[in-house]
Each structure stands twice: as C-alpha cells, then as structure tokens.
Design a protein around this ligand. Structure first.
Ligand code: 5GP
Length: 189
C-alpha cells in the first residue's frame, strides 16, 4: 500500500486557559514529532529555572520587544496576565510553512484572536481542562506565582474558558499522552 499523501502545511494555533498544560502538551508533541515546527515566542518575562534562551523562549528586553513590534516582525503579540509581553516571530513560521512543515503556535487567547484576523485559514485548537476544579488545582499546584499573580491568572482563565466556542476543535487535556495523540491526528501526521 502506498503511504497516505502528506497533508499540506498549515498553521495550527493551540490555546486555552492558563494552567491547562498547553506548554507540556506542545513540548511532548515536539519531542515525539520533530518534523513539526513549534514556534519559539519572544517574551519580556525573565527566564524561570531550567529555561533555555532560544529553546523555550527568546528572552528579550522591553526595548528589544518594542523593536520587534516596530519592525513588524511579530505575527501577533499580547501582554499576558498584565505582567509581560509575549509574541510570535513571524519569519520562522513563514519559513517552516514554505518548507512544507506543519507549524504550531502555543499562545494565549488574545494572540489566537489576532491570528484569526490575520490568518483565517489557520486551524484553532482549544485545550480544555477536564473540569474547572481541576484547572484551579493545576494553577495553584504550579506554585511559581505569588497569591496576587495566581488570582490574576484565575480571573484570566475564567474568561478564557468562556471563549471555547470560538475554536474549531476542543481537546480535553485529561492525560498528556492522549491529548498529544489527538493533536497528532488533527495535524494529519
Ligand atoms: P508562561 O510565562 O507561563 O510561559 O506563559 C504564560 C502564557 O503566555 C501562556 O498562556 C502562553 O500560552 C502565553 N504565550 C506564550 N507565548 C506566547 C506568544 O507568543 N503570544 C501570546 N499571545 N501568548 C503567548
């Protein structure tokens, strides 16, 4: 039997509430399917322990972020949790798609809405928690934020949960491996 024809490259946006595990799911996908391009965002937030510049994020200063905006180098950008700016460098995404690779952005809801405006042909995937209680448990459990930051995150997450209907697909992240498998099927890999 001849192999199934490769799906044409398409931009896929993975979004969902803070704490749902978007980063974990996309990191696992990247490890399992290195042929998929996963965008590395620029951010003004400082690195957390173990984060590598250029691998997890491009850690930039406020001035450097301003320059990226001024140069029209970002496909989308947003201030997340009222704290730091995050954005998707456009050139690597364009290059990956041109090279025939599936491309993934793991971004917040504000960014996903911008991409819907500029790239309506993209595919939009909402990663949902099994329940609101589980989401709260995960947000609190991470323990990397102050109580004030956590409250802010919970508030943002509530609004983000209400936006599920704007997405083309919903994947419930009950178990990471299963969520990754569902994403792989969606991508046609
Ligand atoms: P963290 O600081 O915990 O790594 O990420 C915080 C939030 O920023 C996550 O919800 C993540 O999806 C979002 N984020 C990461 N990169 C980008 C980006 O390039 N653009 C937008 N709009 N959000 C991003």
């Amino acid at each position: 039997m001849s192999p199934a024809p490769a799906r044409p490259p398409r931009l896929t946006v993975v979004s969902g509430p803070a704490g749902v595990g978007k980063g974990t799911v996309v990191a696992r996908l990247r490890a399992e399917r290195p042929e998929v391009f996963v965008s590395v965002s620029a951010t003004t937030r400082p690195p957390r322990g173990g984060e590598v510049d250029g691998e997890h994020y491009l850690f930039v200063s406020e001035e450097e972020f301003d320059e990226l905006i001024a140069a029209d180098a970002l496909l989308e950008w947003a201030t997340v949790h009222g704290a730091a700016r995050y954005g998707t460098p456009y050139a690597p995404v364009r290059a990956a798609l041109a090279a025939g690779r599936q491309a993934i952005l793991e971004i917040d809801l504000q960014g996903a809405r911008q991409v819907r405006d500029t790239c309506p042909q993209a595919r939009f995937v909402f990663l949902a928690p099994p329940s609101w209680e589980e989401l709260v448990r995960r947000l609190v459990g991470r323990g990397t934020e102050t109580p004030e930051q956590r409250e802010k995150r919970l508030l943002t997450a509530k609004g983000e949960m209400n936006s599920m209907a704007e997405f083309d697909h919903v994947i419930v992240n009950s178990e990471v491996g299963q969520a990754v498998d569902e994403l792989i099927v969606l991508l046609g890999l």
